[in-house]
Structure formats: C-alpha cells, structure tokens
Write a protein that binds this ligand. Structure first.
Ligand code: 3HC
Length: 338
C-alpha cells in the first residue's frame, strides 16, 4: 500500500516505521527539515535495535521503503494518509484541508489524534465518509494496540477497512464505535493522570510512581509516562479536551510546560532524563491503589455503559495500549470497585 504519514515526530516516524516493516511504501512528510532528519535517524536507530533482537532481518531494505518529502504535493497517489502532527485542532484542520485538495476523494484519510473528535476533524475533508481515527501508542513499533475510531460520518466499510489495515501490520485493533473525547485508553489514562496530580498534595512524584511500578506493576511510573509521552503533548491535549468538557487539569503539568520542561525529549520534565531513564526506587510511603485508580475504573465503566467498546475490549485495550500486566477491569475486581 502507498501510505503518506504527515509529521515525523515521535508518533509519525514510529507509524511510518511500522508500516515500512510490513512492506508498505511510505512518504514521510514534515514541514521542518530538522524534524524530518531527526525522525529518520530515530527510525534507523529503532530498526537496528529490532535487528539486534532478531525481530527483523534487513534494516536497509525496510528503510529504503521510506521516502522523506518536504512538499505535500508529492503524496498525490497515496491510498492512505495518516496525520500525526501536534495536538492542535487548528493545525490539524489546516493540514486536512490541504491534504484533501491533493489526494483522490477515494483515499482513506486517518488521524492519529489521541483525543480530538474525529467528526469535527472530518469537516475539513472533501469526503468525510472515508475519514477515520487510527490511534497508535507510543512507541508505535512496540505497542500492540491501535484504536480504530468511527466518526459520525465514517462509512461502516471504511471502519472495517481500518480494522483490516491494523491487522495487516500485526497489531490488535480495538473498535471505538462512538466518537468520544479521548476514545478508550486516553480517557482512562487521563483519569489516572488527574488522580496522580491531585495526590501530589500529599505524596511526592516518586511515592506515586513507586505505587504504579511496584504495586500495580505498570511498566512505567505515571509521571514517568507523562514525561515519556511529552509534557507539551499532554498539556496541549489537556487544553483541547477541556474546551470540549473533559476536565484533565494538572497545575504541575502547566508549570512544567511553561518552563519548557517537555519531558524525555528535552531531558527534563517531572524527572531528570539527562542520564537516561529515571531510577524509581520503592518507597515506604505511597498512596493506595484505590486512590490512583478509582476514577479511571469509573471511566472504564462509563465507556462500556455507553456502548463505546465492550468490557473485554476496554480491558484488553488498557493492557496492550499501556503495557499493563492487568486490564482496568481486572484491577476493578481486585479492588472490589465494580
Ligand atoms: N524501537 C525499538 N526498540 C526500542 C524502542 C523503539 N522505539 N523503544 C525502546 N526500545 C528498546 C529499548 O532500547 C530496550 O532495548 P535493550 O533491551 O536493548 O536496552 C528495550 O526496548 C526495552 O526498553 P526498556 O528497557 O527501556 O524498558 P521497558 O522494558 O520498560 O520497555 C516500553 C519500554 C515498551 C516503552 C515500556 O516501558 C512500556 O510499555 N511503557 C508504557 C508505554 C505506554 O504506556 N505507552 C502508551 C502511552 S499513551 C499514548 O501513547 C497515547 C498518546 O496518544 C499520547
């Protein structure tokens, strides 16, 4: 398949890499030459890692399927376009208007937005019936989940096509049947983030992350994950979702954003990353699992009750999208919250 990925940042270059591994030809576009260069270097680094681990054979062959471009007109013959630019509604809207004027009206156009409404974004394209959400998780090459989101105008056949495309790259698609803010995983994750931020009144970053890592056995601490996915990304998302009635407020996030401490990518966020991943130690004092997870569990129940996804799908989505050993409903049962 000929695929265009718009934006070579953390998500964009990772998505391009995954599709290239599975034999697709990729146009990787970024407006900024430096970002494109950085994205390509990250792809090479990642492909070499995968080769070391015996997961792929030929780095050069895969890499040669990726064509870096800096003129959007070059994507004209794409069969699928995936947008992965920063989480700013106006920016995404203008990209979709431009893309839609270049590709055929039969081209499938997808957004990797983590939270913005698909149906609102779809208003910018000529053919909204062929517009959908394909939401990958960071790092796309390692995380098995992709949320496939149906906008109000997405044709059912297009929704099903999205599910098939995800299966072809050996990821697990989770159908998100209603276009709700934050979809499934981020809706739950935002509740974990807000609970963690609220707990900063009584506990330190390390104490909360110690609970996440050593008791709940998450692969990363909650604040470590905020750094990893980007303080800037999360802050921009929190503003966009707040405008649409979903409150994911965290004063500390705003403070870090304003200081330019964007997390892993700049070497500083909640943690200092200048020497690599933070070493989170097990602390004596920590909040209880209920304090961190109760709101997230209630959110998961809401998703099922509102027919967004089934209980099994939501449970699996939290395991695969966040690398948790247990799904959100497994925790709910253990904590007798449900
Ligand atoms: N490509 C190839 N290899 C990679 C890689 C990549 N992109 N990223 C990391 N690796 C490698 C590491 O280099 C390391 O290799 P090594 O064994 O040779 O040193 C190996 O993978 C394991 O990495 P680590 O030792 O650093 O740590 P982990 O075992 O914890 O695995 C992880 C890393 C898979 C990222 C794991 O920590 C994890 O699952 N974290 C949670 C991530 C998560 O929750 N993602 C979703 C966030 S929400 C989201 O993305 C939504 C968005 O919209 C904001």
């Amino acid at each position: 398949m000929k695929i265009a990925v718009i934006g070579a940042g953390v998500m964009g270059h990772g998505i391009a890499e995954v599709f290239a591994i599975y034999g697709n030809s990729i146009y990787l576009y970024d407006k900024y030459p430096e970002a494109l260069k950085k994205g390509l270097n990250s792809i090479l680094w990642s492909l070499q890692k995968l080769k070391e681990k015996g997961k792929i054979e030929d780095v050069d062959k895969i890499y040669s399927r990726i064509f870096p471009i800096n003129d959007l007109q070059d994507i004209e013959d794409s069969e699928l376009v995936i947008e992965a630019v920063p989480e700013n509604f106006d920016l995404k809207s203008s990209i979709f208007k431009e893309v839609s004027g270049i590709v055929s009206k039969d081209t499938l156009i997808a957004t990797n937005t983590s939270s913005l409404p698909i149906s609102e974004l779809a208003k910018n394209v000529v053919n909204p019936s062929r517009f959908l959400g394909l939401h990958f998780f960071n790092p796309p090459v390692l995380m098995k989940l992709v949320e496939v989101i149906k906008g109000n105008e997405t044709d059912t056949s297009v929704f099903n096509e999205g599910i098939e495309i995800v299966k072809r790259i050996e990821k697990i698609p989770i159908p998100v049947r209603k276009d709700v803010i934050g979809f499934v995983v981020n809706r739950i994750l935002f509740r974990v983030f807000t609970s963690a931020c609220r707990l900063l009144n009584k506990y330190t970053v390390e104490e909360i992350d110690s609970l996440a890592k050593y008791v709940l056995e998450f692969p990363m601490g909650v604040f470590e994950l905020l750094d990893y996915t980007g303080i800037d990304t999360n802050y921009l998302i929190s503003n966009e979702v707040k405008k649409r009635g979903f409150d994911f407020t965290c004063n500390k996030l705003k403070e870090l954003y304003e200081k330019g401490f964007y997390g892993t990518k700049v070497g500083k966020g909640f943690y200092d990353w200048s020497k690599g991943r933070p070493n989170i130690t097990k602390t004596e004092k920590m909040p209880s699992p209920e304090q961190l997870l109760k709101d997230a569990i209630n959110e998961a129940i809401w998703l099922v009750e509102n027919g967004v996804s089934t209980e099994d799908e939501v449970n699996l989505a939290t395991k695969l999208g966040l690398g948790w050993k247990k799904g959100i409903f497994d925790y709910a049962r253990e904590l007798s919250i449900k």
